[in-house]
Design a binder for this molecule. Structure first.
Ligand code: UD1
Ligand code: UDP
Length: 361
């Protein structure tokens, strides 16, 4: 069950590997993200099959959106009676799917289990905790997830450290990641930075948005910055002064291949995205994450990611531009090798055949 941009990226390698194992499956798209640039382009770029249903749930407050997700997904699960439902990440569609399945006694698997920011003001953290508490099979992307799940009382026999399917998608796209055409289309030279901002804590409150926009504008005095803007931030960030002009270009969200092409050629990325922290780690591009915490600390310990406040952003950008992408451990995260999808599919296929669930290597 999929609903939002990062779900599509995580699901593609799992769907492909399950198909290769001969598992019969169908994608249910909740419609949480619905703009062509937030949804269709990912199905095309990632080679995802057409969904068997699109619930067209759309946007709303947390309660309204989740309520629509629950009723829509309940109808689908009752009609399809699947042997297993796979959910991804930490968005509202994930939470709703897990709740529906738990109440209907349909077994579930959660891909990207155990990540914790320990910040319950993030809506995603609430979704993660509930999803992991209710999932039958849990697939973890990094070792820290295993200890979080153990601390919450999850039976370790249900948890499988499999690597990161978002990185599988990146590996699959690598040959298609060419910065030059996107750069040319956006009128950029060879040296530029990319910024993405969409977390509620950054963009919903006018004062926080203003502080962040001022900081990004300062960085744009060092090098041109292109901002492919998530629809969530559009109005607030524009009101806070994030407007096209000078060294800042504000553009629509980019498709998966275009976006990662741009990131691959960037001197610097500024973000509050979860997935982008992981992708920059793999691409070796310096990443400054404007958040007080991350549920992906492995991108700091093993990657190019640094957490910064808006007040620290300019100095951190200067350092990153001078030093490049040094990684503290000198090693990439374990099992981020492009083979998470097949590992997940093997566990699921064994489970579907009624086999045992001992943790996969
Ligand atoms: C959601 C996830 C977040 C994830 C992000 C990925 C939740 C609680 N949050 O946040 O974890 O990082 O997706 O991108 O599930 N909108 C459009 N077109 C679209 C989709 C959204 O214009 O196709 C606008 C609407 O104004 C909507 C707003 O974006 O109200 C927020 O969308 P929503 O899906 O509620 O949350 P995101 O901020 O996208
Ligand atoms: N992404 C994209 N185009 C953009 C911005 C992001 O294709 O304009 C991709 C990015 O490479 C990653 C995914 O979207 O694969 C991350 O989604 P997002 O940042 O919306 O969500 P999060 O990871 O924060 O939940």
């Amino acid at each position: 069950m999929l609903g939002a941009r990062p779900n599509f990226v995580k699901a593609a390698p799992v769907v492909r590997a399950l198909a290769e194992q001969g598992v019969r499956q169908g994608i249910v798209h909740t419609g949480q993200h619905y703009d062509a640039l937030m949804s269709d382009v990912f199905f095309a770029d990632l080679g995802l099959p057409e969904p068997i249903a699109n619930l067209g749930v759309g946007s709303g407050s947390h309660a309204r959106q989740t309520a629509a997700l629950l009723t829509g997904l309940e109808d689908v699960v009752l009609a399809q009676r699947p042997a297993l439902v796979v959910v991804y990440g930490d968005v509202n569609s994930t939470l709703a799917a897990i709740l529906v399945c738990a109440k209907l006694h349909v077994p579930t698997a959660h891909v990207e289990a155990g990540l914790r920011s320990f910040d319950r003001e993030m809506p995603e953290e609430v979704n993660r905790i509930v999803t992991d508490a209710l999932s039958d099979i849990l697939f973890a992307t990094s070792p820290d997830a295993l200890s979080h799940l153990a601390a919450e009382g999850v039976d370790p026999a249900r948890v499988h450290l499999v690597g990161n399917p978002m990185i599988d998608s990146l590996f699959s796209a690598l040959d298609r990641l060419d910065p030059a055409p996107v750069r040319d289309r956006l009128g950029l030279g060879e040296r530029y930075g990319v910024a993405t901002l969409h977390r509620p804590a950054n963009v919903d409150d006018p004062a926080s948005a203003k502080e962040l926009v001022d900081a990004v504008r300062q960085v744009s005095e060092r090098l041109p910055i292109v901002v492919p803007l998530h629809p969530r931030g559009r109005t607030r960030l524009a009101e806070a002064g994030l407007v096209d002009g000078g060294n800042l270009s504000i553009v629509d969200p980019l498709g998966y291949v275009d976006f990662l092409s741009l990131v691959r050629g960037a001197a610097l990325v500024v973000t509050d995205s979860g997935g982008v922290q992981e992708e920059t780690t793999m691409l070796g591009v310096p990443c400054l994450t404007v958040r007080p915490n991350t549920e992906r600390p492995i991108t700091v310990s093993h990657g190019t990611n640094r957490l910064v406040t808006p007040a620290q952003l300019l100095a951190a950008a200067d350092r990153a531009l001078a030093d490049g992408a040094a990684t503290p451990s000198g090693e990439l995260p374990p099992l981020w090798d492009g083979k998470a999808g097949p590992r997940i599919a093997r566990v699921i296929e064994t489970w579907l055949r009624g086999g045992n669930l001992s943790p996969a290597a």
